[in-house]
Write a protein that binds this ligand. Structure first.
Ligand SMILES: *[C@@H]1O[C@H](CO)[C@@H](O)[C@H](O)[C@H]1NC(C)=O
Ligand SMILES: *[C@@H]1O[C@H](CO)[C@@H](O)[C@H](O)[C@H]1NC(C)=O
Ligand SMILES: *[C@@H]1O[C@H](CO)[C@@H](O)[C@H](O)[C@H]1NC(C)=O
Ligand SMILES: *[C@@H]1O[C@H](CO)[C@@H](O)[C@H](O)[C@H]1NC(C)=O
Ligand SMILES: *[C@@H]1O[C@H](CO)[C@@H](O)[C@H](O)[C@H]1NC(C)=O
Ligand SMILES: *[C@@H]1O[C@H](CO)[C@@H](O)[C@H](O)[C@H]1NC(C)=O
Ligand SMILES: *[C@@H]1O[C@H](CO)[C@@H](O)[C@H](O)[C@H]1NC(C)=O
Ligand SMILES: *[C@@H]1O[C@H](CO)[C@@H](O)[C@H](O)[C@H]1NC(C)=O
Ligand SMILES: *[C@@H]1O[C@H](CO)[C@@H](O)[C@H](O)[C@H]1NC(C)=O
Ligand SMILES: *[C@@H]1O[C@H](CO)[C@@H](O)[C@H](O)[C@H]1NC(C)=O
Ligand SMILES: *[C@@H]1O[C@H](CO)[C@@H](O)[C@H](O)[C@H]1NC(C)=O
Ligand SMILES: *[C@@H]1O[C@H](CO)[C@@H](O)[C@H](O)[C@H]1NC(C)=O
Length: 514
């Protein structure tokens, strides 16, 4: 479409000047959206929204689904075990997942249930380091590489090593240098096993260091930047840098939907701490800093599996949309949303249990909206995501450009609207905010798709583009809901402005015809 970058630049500059010179109405001020992406727009990896799985839940989740997978944990391999996974739950540590886990060879069959083209990262145990458990971990690499084969993306060795002290695996004096030495030793042994069991996968790189925190603070005892300064990259075996994130801890006081999740200022603050880590690693320079993408290899709303009434609500889905788009705009290149059986923040519950009904959960609808905003017409197309300055604590705006052409606008309204507390009997009907965008010359209008529910506290009746993905309707396939409008279009007026109405606690994507 554009003959060369020089003429593209001149063309973009002209578009800007035209906007600057335009006679804008004084109230309300339209948000100016440019035809060309700013030079600092984020460029995400494909399959931006991916998932990570608690290792002990993986056999439950290993039924065909979509996007990309990783998982990790502390589990001991036992080649003689007939069952795939044996987990012992110790309620005094966590009621949600087993903390004594052994896996047998058939565990790896779970990798074969997914459609072709699915890419995996398998996590090996580093926490338990008795010589027998270390030997078992290295032995398991042969089974893992044979089962995953060409679908292998990366390996991971060790999950949240900065919490090894807190979880009783290492003494308080466990240092960054100790971790680096163990990691280099173990990854080199894993590679040797893979080399003989699966020669074509020799040299597969690792995802690391997968820390829970962004620095040492007494509880988190390692620092992700210091381990790179201590030459974690000595063998040049790191293919992707991974960090973990939660917006807060579900069991801590003071956590609310509005203050913790549906709070764009908080989203920026938490993302900034991660971007800071990536910047500080890159600043080490030379061979210390691998020149590879920085991702969130595990994250979700609230640590310790989420809080009921918050993490499983529609408000958490809206948080997920804002958070994922903001990450992408800042070059946090991929996002693995963590999943586990019975977890409150899960996107879906894969099996029926006595704690949770099998089915699609509100956060899943947020995943769909993010995927729609970040969809690429082909893998060779270049997608750029920009966070607009006009965003405030309660409303965020993003644009998607494809091949340097403005393609979509996303509006996320983060005012909570609680259907119980703010219902019509209290006389507080749901506010609708009208947003105006000044579009580049030549844009005609767009199609609107909405992420909608009755309120931020809703746990059912959620729709994306008027479709329900409820398990009970059609096994989780999209079903058009007749009580929700769809097919909405907006038109650019004579001044180049398009108006979009967005109710509190909802999100809208406008796919532009520019
Ligand atoms: C994101 O990465 C692209 C490509 O390297 C770069 O041009 C852009 O400035 C980066 N933006 C931010 C916010 O880091
Ligand atoms: C949890 O309880 C088990 C016995 O059920 C005990 O052996 C273990 O030490 C306890 N762990 C913690 C961290 O309290
Ligand atoms: C296991 O961890 C301890 C504590 O850091 C360390 O002293 C020991 O060397 C480790 N063992 C191996 C085999 O790496
Ligand atoms: C670290 O602590 C362990 C156990 O508390 C102790 O045995 C070891 O000597 C300490 N190591 C160093 C280097 O101080
Ligand atoms: C790893 O450490 C063990 C014991 O600490 C040692 O015997 C082995 O040679 C080391 N392997 C590599 C590849 O560094
Ligand atoms: C939103 O988050 C910011 C930053 O963490 C915090 O200062 C502010 O109090 C939060 N807002 C609400 C309504 O809690
Ligand atoms: C960024 O990193 C520097 C250096 O480690 C640290 O001093 C600063 O507090 C960090 N800032 C944020 C926002 O995390
Ligand atoms: C719920 O199911 C678990 C696992 O199958 C079982 O151990 C537990 O006893 C059950 N609890 C109740 C209250 O039925
Ligand atoms: C974007 O550009 C790439 C490379 O030139 C091309 O392969 C792709 O088809 C383009 N995508 C669109 C939507 O035009
Ligand atoms: C509406 O809100 C009021 C005040 O919070 C509450 O008493 C009432 O039960 C709510 N009604 C419904 C239908 O949720
Ligand atoms: C919604 O309001 C009700 C009644 O005030 C309250 O119990 C509930 O916690 C609120 N839900 C959310 C998600 O804020
Ligand atoms: C539409 O109908 C479904 C199923 O009957 C319900 O759950 C949902 O809340 C309704 N949506 C609206 C916006 O009324």
């Amino acid at each position: 479409m554009f003959p060369n970058t020089h003429s593209l630049f001149v063309w973009c500059l002209a578009a800007w000047l035209e906007v600057e010179g335009a006679n804008l109405p004084s109230r309300p001020k339209p948000i100016v959206v440019s035809q060309c992406p700013p030079s600092n727009a984020g460029i995400p990896l494909d399959s931006f929204v991916s998932f990570s799985f608690e290792l002990s839940s993986w056999p439950d989740f290993a039924v065909p689904h979509f996007l990309m997978i990783k998982h990790r944990d502390i589990a001991i391999f036992d080649a003689s075990q007939k069952t795939g996974l044996i987990g012992v739950i110790r309620p005094n540590i966590s009621a949600d997942y087993p903390t004594i886990i052994t896996i047998g060879p058939s565990f790896f069959d779970s990798y074969k249930t997914m459609p072709k083209g699915m890419r995996y990262t398998h996590g090996f145990n580093l926490g338990a380091n008795y010589s027998a458990s270390r030997a078992a971990t290295f032995a398991s690499a042969a089974y893992a590489c044979k089962a995953i084969g060409e679908n292998l993306d990366y390996w991971e060795y060790g999950n949240e090593p900065d919490l090894f002290h807190a979880s009783g695996y290492r003494p308080l004096n466990y240092s960054d240098a100790d971790y680096v030495a163990e990691w280099l030793n173990g990854t080199s042994q894993i590679d040797q096993v893979v080399k003989s069991a699966c020669p074509s996968l020799k040299g597969t790189k690792f995802m690391a260091p997968s820390m829970a925190g962004v620095g040492a603070n007494g509880y988190n005892t390692l620092d992700p930047v210091k381990v790179f300064a201590d030459d974690l990259n000595a063998d040049h075996s790191i293919g992707i840098i991974s960090s973990h994130n939660y917006m807060g801890v579900s069991t801590f006081p003071g956590i609310t939907l509005q203050g913790t999740l549906m709070n764009h200022t908080n989203v920026i603050a938490k993302a900034e701490a991660q971007v800071n880590v990536s910047r500080n690693i890159a600043a080490l320079g030379g061979d210390l800093a691998p020149k590879v993408p920085f991702i969130l290899g595990e994250h979700n709303s609230l640590a310790r599996q989420g809080r009921p009434g918050l993490s499983n609500t529609f408000g958490a889905a809206l948080w997920g949309v804002d958070w994922n788009l903001y990450l992408a705009s800042q070059n946090i290149s991929r996002s693995h949303m963590h999943q586990g059986t019975n977890y409150r923040y899960q996107s879906w519950q894969p099996i029926q249990t006595n704690l949770t009904t099998k089915g699609t959960k509100p956060p899943y609808y947020g995943n769909l909206a993010v995927a729609a905003m970040m969809a690429k017409p082909s893998t060779s197309s270049v997608l750029q995501i920009t966070h607009l300055e006009a965003s405030s604590q309660n409303t965020s705006f993003y644009t998607a450009h494809i091949n340097d052409t403005l393609s979509r606008i996303l509006i996320v309204d983060l005012h909570t609207y609680n259907t119980t507390a703010n219902n019509y009997t209290t006389g507080f009907s749901r506010p609708v905010v009208e947003h105006e965008f000044m579009l580049p010359k030549g844009c005609k209008g767009g199609d609107v798709q909405r992420l909608m529910a009755n309120g931020s506290d809703a746990v059912t009746g959620i729709t994306w583009d008027a479709n329900s993905y409820a398990y009970e309707l059609d096994n989780g396939k999209g079903v058009r809901m007749s009580n929700v409008t769809c097919g909405e279009k907006v038109k650019v007026d004579g001044k180049g402005i398009v108006k979009v109405q967005v109710p509190w606690s909802s999100a809208a994507i406008v796919s532009l015809d520019c």
